[in-house]
Design a protein around this ligand. Sequence first.
Ligand SMILES: NC(=O)c1ccc[n+]([C@@H]2O[C@H](COP(=O)([O-])OP(=O)(O)OC[C@H]3O[C@@H](n4cnc5c(N)ncnc54)[C@H](O)[C@@H]3O)[C@@H](O)[C@H]2O)c1
Ligand SMILES: C[C@@H](O)[C@H](N)C(=O)O
Length: 372
Amino acid sequence: MLVTRMLRQMVGRTVAPACSCRTTVLPVRFLGISPPQVPAGANSHSASFSETDLPRVLITGGLGQLGVGLANLLRKRFGKDNVILSDIKKPPAHVFHGGPFIYADVLDYKHLREIVVNNRVTWLLHYSALLSAVGEANVSLARAVNITGLHNILDVSAEHNLRLFVPSTIGAFGPTSPRNPTPDLCIQRPRTIYGVSKVHAELLGEYYHYRYGLDFRCLRYPGIISADSQPGGGTTDYAVQIFQDAVKSGRFECNLQASTRLPMMYIEDCLRATLEIMEAPAESLSMRIYNVNAMSFTPEELAQEVLKHVPEFQITYRVDPLRQAIADSWPMNLDDSNARKDWGWKHGFDLPELVTTMLNFYGSHTRVAQAN
Ligand SMILES: NC(=O)c1ccc[n+]([C@@H]2O[C@H](COP(=O)([O-])OP(=O)(O)OC[C@H]3O[C@@H](n4cnc5c(N)ncnc54)[C@H](O)[C@@H]3O)[C@@H](O)[C@H]2O)c1
Ligand SMILES: C[C@@H](O)[C@H](N)C(=O)O
């Protein structure tokens, strides 16, 4: 008991071994815990839930480009009160009134633990991060949020036997990775703090899974394109801005070269993929980290598609060397055959549907604004 207390003081926090039948909480760093004998993620849910075992979900970093849409999707499936959105920013009124929202800083481990305990959280979707371009502009903050924050999330998840989803990215690959297509398993030597932190998250999550039985699940998203939420400072942001500018002024100045090919995905596909992997039976997952792919295009090809709807549209190029260097080191296309084979991943939006959907959204919003 005394030894345990001393170890706890040394470690600062504790994690329960997932497959231990003991109830005592043990510090993982000091004990030789055997890998689980049961299939990892044995607490997995099937695709349908009874009232009593509906997941209780926490989303961190939920006020960025993806979090609110994710909360809406999960609330439709599991009920409004079972999905808690959190961030360190003040939510807009419609988000605040749309369902449970709390303040949560991923750098505050004790508070994270309190939230998980007080709300009986069973699933955690960890969206807090600094993206590629803003990460390069503030490396120490990116290191703190993306790496120290992740450590807190992993520990609280292992300690409370949560199912944990951490999104990774095309940014987890680098110039020495095969680029067209990029397979799930290959060299990963990214050149950004964002990419380095995501490779770290992938490896540590996988390690916690095999070592402690943590039900860790991860998708490598392409650049995500959304209409009703703004991107948070990434290299793929141009592919959202182009639609807003095309509708507003008929012109767009692109910060990447015309021929820069990157994998992209419409937000609806991205969020559905996330729900699908979270609900996939553990035995269907041959891996813990999957590429998911949808479409791949260059700014020039995107502009050609926009032109079909906005005949006066003009695109010009003023290249940002930082973003260009990042984009040149990223995949052009992801090979997602494992996701398609293991849990039935299938994208719904290709380039023509994406462009129609985005222009319809901004067009109707502009018409409403003009009418008002
Ligand atoms: N959007 C994309 O194109 C894309 C692509 C691949 C992967 N991802 C991943 O998906 C996740 C969500 O992406 P996004 O586009 O919504 O990001 P975003 O930059 O739009 O939002 C990130 C959120 O994290 C919050 N945050 C920052 N510091 C925090 C802290 N200390 N504690 C709690 N929250 C904090 C921010 O306030 C922000 O709301 C990220 O992990 C990102 O790496 C996104
Ligand atoms: C690709 C993705 O991780 C993000 N949109 C970025 O550009 O940084």
